[in-house]
Write a protein that binds this ligand. Sequence first.
Ligand code: EPZ
Length: 421
Amino acid sequence: MDKLAIIGGRPLYGRLKISGAKNSALKVMVASLLTDKPLRLTNVPDLADIRQLSTLLQQHGVDLRRDGDDMTLHADTITSTLAPYDLVRKMRASFNVLGPLLAREGEAKVSLPGGCAIGARPVDLHLKALEAMGAEIELDEGYVLAKAKNGLKGAHITFPFVSVGATEHAMMAATLADGETILDNAAREPEIIDLATCLIAMGADITGAGTPTITIRGKDRLEEAEHAVLPDRIETGSYAMAVGVTAGELTLENARADLLGAAISTLIECGIEITEVENGLRVKKNGGRIKGVDVVTQPFPGFPTDLQAQFMALMATADGASTIKETIFENRFMHVPELGRMGADIHVDGQVASVRGKPKLKGAQVMATDLRASMSLVLAGLGAEGQTMISRLYHLDRGFERLEEKLQNVGALVERVRDDT
Ligand code: EPZ
């Protein structure tokens, strides 16, 4: 199995291109199921999760072609409305095929995704939203059996708390429902706006995406469209923090400050200089240590849970103490013991991690536990003394495109090594 070897302590200089957002690309790919016309996407990252979803969509009958960052998906005929366990369990975003299949074909059988390392992650809000639109739903042997023989109907849905996936799921299904659907307490993440932009290009009638109330007026059919996936805000924040744990100056091409919400002001408060430049962001840190700053993860525009682990690596060498509160997922501190192996001083009490910054961490052998936790170990390794060896790299490959190449190009000593022990 591959490992990542990092020799820490090198400053980072140069230009680094931010890829298309994984969590946006996955949803707009699913949107292709809503029409029998082609959907052309650009800026699609080449990641394990994207390949996984491609396999599922092909299994539903989507003719999917990839050429570099471009992808064309054409669901002329849906050949199967079954999403099997083996394809859904590996990636939760696959569950979102349920609504579009149901809206277009009047029925679908989709495996429940199950929990995952960062928490139980139920799908009750997704199912309640579809039921409110008239779907009959049964659970049987780990599968959701959904029927809407006379089509879905517009509904007024108020989510009890903010869910990105449920908002996206309901929004997609509502584009083909009969009448108007109103989603209240909707998620406001940039990926929601991106999905709405894509659906509108396909002919959907959607207003309010990016606000807590989204209104969708259903159409009989959606049409051919083209859409460019927005840049990955989590990759942007992660590389900005890479400058924070080392030193140097990076130009993050394609990065957009407006996608980062509270993360931008937090990083600036820590002492990382961030300026908008043409087509990107310039991120700079001179010698000296980052300042300890407290954060609480929140739905957008709050500090994103998907940057929490990386931020903890940054705080591990900050000047001063900080607290990091995780409010979105119940088990998203698995990186803590691994950072501890590198000498970090972190104490967890329930949802709160208290971090006492140290001048330096020391390289060690560590294990990636989930996607974003893996990136926190990469950051810790870039800033540490000596060599860090990270195992279970498949987590990183799910969500960070060409990570070693991007880091090597800006001066980091990072190498993927084969380890047969
Ligand atoms: C999306 O997950 C992202 N995944 C996650 O990124 C991200 O961490 C999360 O949004 C929050 O920003 C994708 O877009 C593919 P939620 P999602 O529904 O949609 C609970 C990454 O590393 N909940 O907003 O699944 C849920 O358990 C991943 O790229 C219910 O209880 O997140 C969680 O505690 C990890 N019932 C909270 O709501 C439901 O029906 C928010 O989850 C749905 C969610």
